[in-house]
Design a protein around this ligand. Structure first.
Ligand code: SF4
Ligand code: SF4
Length: 332
């Protein structure tokens, strides 16, 4: 495992970190084996969030008594000082620790970010927690380049997390600015929300960029930990050809399964529709996709084209138009 200093934080971390979303569906009895695999592979960077239901708690239980082996990063959607202070205390309790190495402002919109920075905003609570030794550093996560650019100029922000993978390279110029300013860059969505199937290729693509401090693939099992930890080696000509093919197949208007569009007015599982459509059209799993799609309580044909979801999608996807295409593909 390669280790790197996370920007100006000075934290020494593994370049492959543990993304804490999938642990939500790991069986409690399987978690010790998952963490044994992390230790075996030398992964010491753990990313979670207040918003990932039981993730903080599961991680807290797993690392109890071994906390010092890990660099812990979590995040909160709180925008006011009061709500952020409460979330920091909740995270500390869940993670069973008295300090968190990195606390991040979770995916603010441009308007949210102004609220965070205004008097009475979440930044006040983060600075107070920093002064009290409850947290070690402040970071920010986002999906929009506009927010990324703004975050580069916020003096308290020591790390920025943004999507980066072979088909989402829109942050590359700003990642370079992180490097110039010694702000740690954390690559999220390494598999483009599941749209990329070849994890080894995606991770090698990401890690070959020196502007990336750490990449945080979600890990569900010891096998996934081993696979992700061992992604190394230069990109070959065949790899570049596969990346070109991926770009052409996926384009830019594909769903990253972030679920920020929820809830749909009529109860459609929006990322689910696009996931099954991907399997129908791209991965040779048409029968499986039709079965799963057919079992959904609501499908694309139930869309009333209200457009509410499009206002929430950070990628500005034309969801209504995409629903029409899914309806045509599945015939319902
Ligand atoms: S436009 Fe369709 S998919 Fe989007 S919220 Fe409205 S009903 Fe749901
Ligand atoms: S449609 Fe947009 S907001 Fe919804 S899951 Fe996909 S990328 Fe995320």
């Amino acid at each position: 495992m390669e280790y790197i200093t996370l920007g100006k934080t000075g934290l020494l971390i593994s370049r492959v970190g543990f993304g804490g979303i999938p642990i939500q569906r790991t069986k409690v009895e399987d978690i010790p084996a998952l963490f044994a695999a992390l230790e075996r592979e030398g992964i010491n960077y753990i990313d979670t969030a207040r918003g990932y239901t039981v993730s903080e708690e599961y991680i807290g239980n797993a690392i109890a008594g071994r906390r010092e082996r890990y660099v812990l990063a979590t995040k909160s959607m709180a925008r006011t000082a009061e709500a952020m202070a409460a979330d920091i205390d909740r995270s500390l309790a869940n993670l069973q620790t008295d300090y968190i190495d990195l606390y991040q402002i979770h995916n603010p919109s441009p308007a949210d970010l102004e609220k965070v920075l205004a008097p009475g905003g979440a930044m006040e609570a983060l600075e107070a927690a920093l002064a009290a030794g409850k947290i070690g550093h402040i970071g920010l996560t986002c999906h929009l380049t506009e927010v990324f650019e703004r975050a580069l100029d916020i003096p308290q922000v020591e790390t920025i997390m943004f999507p980066y993978n072979p088909v989402e390279t829109q942050g590359e110029a700003l990642m370079e600015k992180c490097r110039e300013k010694n702000i740690g860059f954390i690559a999220m969505k390494p598999l483009a929300g599941g749209a990329i199937e070849n994890a080894d290729l995606a991770l090698r693509f990401i890690l070959q960029n020196p502007a990336v401090s750490v990449v945080i693939p979600g890990m569900y099992s010891p096998e996934e930990v081993a696979q992700n930890a061992n992604a190394e080696g230069k990109l070959t000509e065949a790899d570049h050809a596969e990346i070109e093919k991926l770009k052409n197949t996926l384009g830019t208007t594909f769903c990253r399964r972030c679920n920020y569009c929820a809830p749909c007015t009529v109860g459609i599982n929006i990322p689910g529709v696009f996931l099954f459509q991907g399997y129908l059209e791209r991965y040779g799993l048409a029968d499986w996709a039709k079965d799963r799609y057919g079992a959904m309580a609501k499908t694309a044909s139930d869309c009333i084209e209200c457009g509410v979801c499009e206002d929430r999608c950070p990628y500005n996807l034309p969801i209504r138009e995409m629903m029409q295409k899914a309806k045509a593909a599945f015939g319902k």
